[in-house]
Design a protein around this ligand. Structure first.
Ligand SMILES: [Zn+2]
Length: 496
């Protein structure tokens, strides 16, 4: 009997034009694949999406369809990254019992490791495309290096069409200066400062009200003392400063709490935990001068979250490392898969570079020919100047693209390997450590954890989020397969 599947095709509007990615092309490949693999396509889902409009209506519909039709056992897609643009969606799909994700163009083993690889691979292709779009901003980077702010002017400045840089906004710059002064010298909270700025009509570039986060970001922006930060690097700016570096530094000290002796490190897990009942932070306090207890700040009224002693909280938080534990076997397969994926991507990039170089060669020849036409009097001086100008612009563009493609960096294998090895050893390491060390390890893995009673829901940082989904979905396979291999650790082993 044929296995019933649905197909899922997604194309973004930018991709539509490119060959091989168009919707009919993907459908054709999937149909051929189904024929060759004894699959029956019962329904086709098709998502056409613009980068400006997120949300995936068809994807949701597909999930609903699969939930209703239990005899449908798989989703056939062109490539894993067609499905995994959104990892949350991906895991939702992968966790559906009995449903398998089948890629028509990538061979993945049908076991927990296969699922894990699929997930990580999806993450890497996403990483790759993110990096590509980041590099499209190369020109902006160059501008920043030259001390010119390459983007929308921050509040207090205006974009200057003439110079392409920024100039002081006479109307708002005074308020900005005052904000820094108040925060540096008066003992006011950030919320107070927000209120103060609102009263003076300070708004975001798009006209919205300023939030606490926005003010915080503003106070951290080196642009106001004449520097500029672009992609994490500080450059000397060529624009006029609004405040002195000394004032800026003073504000930074206050923001990081350095000018006040706060009892920051006494409670190691503080700042890591969020209440799953009401969304407030989980804070800690010393009870009976001896025991540290973690509890909800109850900032939104009475909360169900119980008080938990530090050692118990620490043991519960072991779930964070357990959920991303990798075995040695899994690591070696993963690294192998990544190596292969990497060389395939490099091949594609090299091909693209070659074709761009050919294109550049053609245009530069054409430019030479034009020059001789001009010398021979076949075209007028004016016409020559116009054509020559156009060609130069397009040549620059092509060379920029080549530079861009050549600058793409894949993650270093050693660092990936080191990360994986950390994940292999993490549970053992964790168990041996004191709370301070445990908290430090946790901070490298998660941005925070949602705590609800005795359950812990970690919010992993990249790329650990991928591993978490991988091991989780692997677990699902382990349940389904009669001969699971290799064994995957239990998830949700929270109780200590
Ligand atoms: Zn709460």
């Amino acid at each position: 009997m044929k296995r019933k599947v649905v197909t899922y095709v997604r194309v973004s509007t930018e991709e539509q034009a490119k060959q091989g990615y168009s919707i009919p092309a993907q459908h054709q490949i999937l149909q051929d694949y189904a024929k060759g693999h004894d699959l029956e396509i019962v329904r086709a889902f098709e998502e056409s999406q613009s980068a400006f409009k997120p949300g995936r209506i068809q994807f949701k519909e597909m999930l609903a369809f699969l939930k209703k039709n239990k005899d449908v056992k798989g989703v056939l897609c062109y490539k894993i990254d067609r499905i995994a643009r959104n990892l949350r969606d991906y895991s939702e799909l992968a966790e559906m019992a009995g449903v398998r994700i089948i890629s028509a163009t990538e061979a993945l083993p049908e076991n927990p490791t296969g699922t894990l690889i699929g997930t990580v691979q999806a993450g890497f292709s996403r990483y790759f495309s993110e990096q590509l779009s980041e590099r499209v901003q190369l020109g902006m980077q160059t501008k920043a290096k030259e001390g010119v702010w390459p983007s929308f002017a921050p509040i207090g400045y205006l974009n200057d069409q003439g110079s392409g840089g920024i100039v002081v906004d006479a109307e708002r710059s005074g308020i900005i200066q005052k904000l820094f002064e108040i925060y540096a010298y008066e003992d006011v909270s950030l919320s107070h400062l927000v209120q103060w700025a609102r009263e003076r009509g300070l708004r975001t570039r798009k006209g919205g009200t300023l939030t606490k986060g926005a003010i915080h970001k503003l106070l951290r922006n080196p642009i106001y003392y004449g520097a500029l930060r672009w992609k994490g690097v500080i450059y000397e700016g060529s624009h006029q400063q609004l405040i002195s570096k000394a004032l800026f530094d003073k504000v930074q000290d206050r923001l990081s709490g350095r000018s006040y002796s706060r009892t920051k490190h006494i409670f190691p897990y503080r700042g890591l935990l969020q209440c799953g009942y009401c969304g407030c932070n989980i804070t800690a306090s010393l009870e009976k001068k001896r025991y540290i207890y973690y509890h909800c700040t109850q900032g939104r009224g009475k909360c169900l979250q119980p008080y938990v002693r530090q050692d118990i909280m620490g043991d519960r938080l072991k779930a964070v490392v357990d959920n991303i534990h990798l075995t040695e076997d899994q690591i070696s397969v993963l690294l192998d898969m990544m190596r292969r994926g990497k060389s395939r991507r490099q091949e594609q990039v090299e091909k693209r570079i070659q074709s761009l170089k050919n294109e550049a060669g053609i245009r530069s020849k054409r430019r030479d020919a034009l020059y001789f036409d001009k010398l021979d009097g076949k075209i007028t001086e004016e016409r020559w100047q116009q054509l020559e100008g156009e060609l130069t612009v397009s040549l620059d563009k092509i060379r920029g693209q080549i530079e861009l493609l050549e600058s793409i960096q894949e993650p270093q294998e050693e660092s990936v390997q080191a990360t994986f090895e950390l994940l292999e050893r993490a549970p053992v390491l964790y168990s041996k450590q004191k709370d301070e060390e445990r908290a430090r390890l946790l901070r490298t893995l998660v941005s925070n954890c949602i705590v609800k009673g005795d359950s812990i829901d970690p919010v992993y940082k990249k790329p650990f989020d991928l591993v978490a989904i991988g091991t989780k979905t692997g677990n699902w396979y382990a349940r389904r397969d009669s001969n699971p291999q290799p064994p995957v650790p239990k998830t949700g082993a929270l109780s200590s």
